[in-house]
Design a protein around this ligand. Structure first.
Ligand SMILES: [Zn+2]
Length: 83
């Protein structure tokens, strides 16, 4: 499954979780996230090529080093914060 990167639309409204950007592991068929799962602020998906989570490029490490958060979708409306 690819990771999608999101960022809050109005940074003033974002919480600590979404004010920078965060990544979400989603199925391609999943609807894009429209609001932050933590605070409900509007978010937009950033235009970037989706990365495959199991790639050898070390996406997790790079994302972590960049201060990104990562969410794994557990089910409808449920997300697990990975870090
Ligand atoms: Zn938020």
């Amino acid at each position: 499954m690819p990771f999608y990167e999101y960022q809050v639309v109005e940074s003033k409204k974002g919480c600590a979780f979404c004010e920078d950007s965060f990544e979400l592991l989603q199925k391609i068929s999943d609807e894009h996230l429209k609001v932050c799962p933590e605070c409900g602020a509007s978010v937009v998906r950033l235009i970037s090529a989706p990365s495959i989570g199991s790639s050898k490029s070390g996406l997790d490490d790079r994302a972590k080093n960049a201060g990104f958060h990562k969410l794994q979708r557990l089910g409808k409306g449920e997300y697990e914060k990975k870090y």
